[in-house]
Design a binder for this molecule. Structure first.
Ligand code: SF4
Ligand code: SF4
Length: 177
């Protein structure tokens, strides 16, 4: 089992419903977020392209945030999901510095927080909140080890990318382009 999220950048309209759903589902404090909308502009006039996408922790296979954590608070669970145990986090911030995606933030209560792929919902057989509310259905979630899964088939048949591949983190979030 290897969980993955696939996001179709050609269908994302940047509405932020995913961001609001995450904040509500996970009690993210006001002014902070576990996911966000990126507007990436590429090319030069007159061939300028705008890519809208929903970004979050990439749940990296090779996660620097886990390697650098001095207490073991940052860890990887079944399915490759990277989590933080708040009680074990001393708030040193090493993981925030190590993440190439700026995916973590310091919670006002002192520990570090980030996307969990809605681990608590997966345990109940539900999709992550962001995936479940997207009005354009541009987000997909499933098991990359299952050749019959939607995520496997999408990555097999569609052109895609990961963010900052040069960082060597082996992300579990993929973008259809
Ligand atoms: S995206 Fe950042 S916080 Fe998430 S697993 Fe990768 S290095 Fe860690
Ligand atoms: S802030 Fe917490 S989770 Fe991050 S490296 Fe330090 S102890 Fe680990």
């Amino acid at each position: 089992m290897r969980y993955a999220m696939v996001i179709d950048t050609l269908k994302c309209v940047g509405c932020s419903d995913c961001v609001v759903a995450c904040q509500t589902e996970n009690n993210v404090p006001h002014g902070y977020c576990r996911d966000w909308i990126t507007e990436a502009v590429s090319g030069s006039y007159p061939s300028v392209e705008l890519e809208l996408r929903s970004d979050r922790c990439n749940h990296c296979d090779n996660a620097p945030c886990v390697r650098c954590c001095p207490t073991g608070a940052s860890h990887i669970v079944e399915g490759g999901i990277v989590l933080v145990t708040g009680d074990e986090c001393i708030g040193c911030g090493a993981c925030i510095e190590s993440c190439p995606y700026d995916a973590r933030y310091q919670h006002p209560d002192g520990y570090v927080d980030k996307c969990t792929f809605c681990h608590h919902r997966l345990e109940k057989g539900q999709l992550p909140a962001c995936v479940s509310v997207c009005p354009t259905k541009c987000m997909y979630f499933g098991d990359l080890d299952n050749p019959n899964s939607e995520v496997f088939q999408l990555l097999k048949n569609r052109k895609h990318k990961t963010l900052a591949p040069e960082a060597g983190t082996k992300p579990h979030v993929f973008y259809l382009i």
